[in-house]
Design a protein around this ligand. Sequence first.
Ligand SMILES: Cc1ncc(COP(=O)(O)O)c(C=O)c1O
Length: 414
Amino acid sequence: MKVQTHSSLHNLLDNRMDNRTFKFYCEHAKNVPNSYCQLQKINGREVMIGGKKLINFNAINYLGLESHPEMIESAQQAIAKWGTLAGSARAAAELDLFQTLEKRLADWLGVDDVMVFTTVTLANHGIIPLLMRTGSLLLTDQEVHNSVQRSAIEAKGAGATLRNFKHDDFAQLERLLVEQRRLHDHCMIALDGVYSMQGTYLNLPAYEAIAKQYDCSLYIDDAHGFGVIGPQGRGIVAHHGSDYDNKIYVASLEKGLASLGGFAVIPAGSRDYFKYNSYTYTFAGQLPPPYLASSLTALDILEREGDLRVQRLNGLIHRVKQEVTEMGFEIVGEDNPFPLVMVKIGGMSDIPRVSQYFFDQGIHILAVGFPVVPLSHGAMVRISLSAIHTDQQVDQLMDAFRGLSAHMKQGQAA
Ligand SMILES: Cc1ncc(COP(=O)(O)O)c(C=O)c1O
């Protein structure tokens, strides 16, 4: 682990790596076969890892559009037409496909304007610190995605006051607002649309009420919700039958749509402000042609068969939740249909053995613990379902869960 030669950079790295938590995770990751592993092949929901075929319950392209013939064809045609890359930052020139996709997304959601970014992470970094600066109060739910938290730290560096509140702790949020709101010119509350490690949907009506009462805006990162929840997969805001007023809504083209990129719904008339000021929009590498084209195709498919795919997915979610619960496992999260099913499986020290067990059973699945999930949840297995899992593949998963309790008991007895 120690770096041998000692430049000042090596000294710095030695210092950073001489850290108990880092060493623990490093050691730990090596003993967890379903983590940081290399995929040698993908065929639908079958993957090859270390020469072994496994069923993939670890992919978050929930509708399974990545292998849809129309998606592949549109990506191939885009490369044939444009090449692999436009080759410039958007400040210089962008493919006109951006305009087509942004207009299409805006129409799809029924909003005034949408800006596409290269990833959701870049959207968060490009927007949050731009809006939240000196005189701003930024309140973040402590379970928001890491990229929102990091963007919030950037906002703090730009002069904003940053406070975290416990997940959905409305009493704490109100205390912060009573204390801090009057000291600041504006306030934004940053939230996830779906908390993917808890399987819970955002309680949007409650946050809208608070935002109204204390004159705040909402920032919603719905990376996981867009494409799979709400009518025709239109996401968390549509799920609650609400609108985009007083909100920045950010979502992913990667998960439900099986493409790449992120986008933000922005208020009418604000495009130029974001365009000329958001460094991740202006100067980051732009999305390559196949992803712009396949995002458009994914929207076509969603329009045509999105409901059918979501129905199939919801059927699998229902089945898995019911059977796993009947086996005596505890599922974390509300009873909303969401394709990530979080199952408690023991303590942190069980993670390597559980991961190895599933691997041996031919299942590629994520076993996680703190800090990815709250410490109180112990270790959890995250089942990631998709509309293209076959019934037989889910049978095999359920068989593995059936054998898990006995396997854990054997381990304890040994
Ligand atoms: C809520 C949320 N935001 C942002 C991201 C990062 O998205 P991207 O890979 O597009 O940067 C993720 C990734 O899973 C996420 O779950």
